[in-house]
Design a protein around this ligand. Sequence first.
Ligand SMILES: [Zn+2]
Length: 456
Amino acid sequence: MFHRKISAASIIVVLLLMAMKVSAENKVLLIGIDGVQYERILALNTPSFDRLNLIKAYTGGVQWHKSEQRTVSGPGWATIMTGVWKNKHNISSNDDGAANNYWPSIYRYIYNANNQAKIYGFSTWGPIHTKFFIGDMDILTRHAEGGSDDDNLNRTLQVLKHESPDFIFLHLDEPDAAGHSHGHGQAYDDSILRSDRRLGLLLDEVENRELQLGENWLVLVTTDHGRDAWGKGHGSQTQKEKTIFIASNKPLNSNYKQVAAVPNNSFGGLYNEPAQTYIVPTILSFLNIMNDEHWGLDGLPLIGSITATKVYVDIGGKKCGLEWDTNAGTPITLTKNEHVAKFDCDGNADPLFIRGNKIYTNIHGSGCSLQWDVDKGTPLTLEENEHVAKFDCAGHADLMQINSYGMTTTINDTSCGFQWDADAGTPVTLGRNEHVAKFDCIGSPDAMELSELKVE
Ligand SMILES: [Zn+2]
């Protein structure tokens, strides 16, 4: 008997060590090539890109929404490095200073998970390091800014050959410079072909490490923006400028569309593709350091399965699903980052990500979290003890307790139950089948039914 106990314990220890070993050997190389059009990669003979899974993606946020940002390098790289749009990272041009550190960079996320991690960043376009993420430079094992693409390629190859990197970001700039000087044509295409050859050298070195050292590498290649019709400029909201790509040596999950598609078919359906914001969550998921907070980012992981949940309540015998409302709050006193939470009795419910005791959803390409509102409802017809439930797309989630009775949150030290409101929304502009969701700090929570949806 005693002997058996020891074996069981040993097996668990061995399994734990194996799990740790696997995650310790997961490494990431993120390569950004400035201003490369997805369409030109498809048109040209690019043998190194052909070694990867290449998917279309978008940048520039969602037009007319709070996430909209210019299709230029500053906001683009800030989004690639943080997983959020301009309304969160605060970089709206190439000349801004430090990004909002409330939404950290991928460098910082990796360092926070393991302060022994060997993190490298080599950026031909300097401002990524000298301005936006200058506060992260002291956590990098080594970094460089400026110089030529070949300088920074060689720095990266040396690290891959001789050191033990956990994460490397390499920024290459040549295609963007060629585009600005010459527009579309031979010079621009040649710059992409040279980038493809550099990519090939990097992939060879990564595959060599995998063979020699048994490491498991995720390689991601992306760009910050497309180009206008002439190839010289970029910055606007057009399909050519908003279209980017994400290429990877791993298969990428495309089923996130079932849980986070943007309800908007502009730009040839581009919003049905993943966004630039998906890169950080994908890296976090691959490195097994994705935690509850990361579901508040503006993208979802393209690696690993995703479980979403739909929440329903029974209102007068009808099954009513928890949804967000597109109205940015008028006439309730919500900010432009906030959306009213409501129950819709047409039978639909929006997919939610219930992670620990926080609840997130994706609204128009932005990560938003369930919160209560401090305002006691005016001009809504709520009572003193009641608080509007809302999804906030800029702040962190409020803590929720979900149990078999329903859901509660704590407001000013009082436990408040999640409920629907009998009023059909007036003066909020809700439809006849819709009910405001609220937290009631006197009554008990309404019973909820949860339905899980797993996509992989
Ligand atoms: Zn440019």
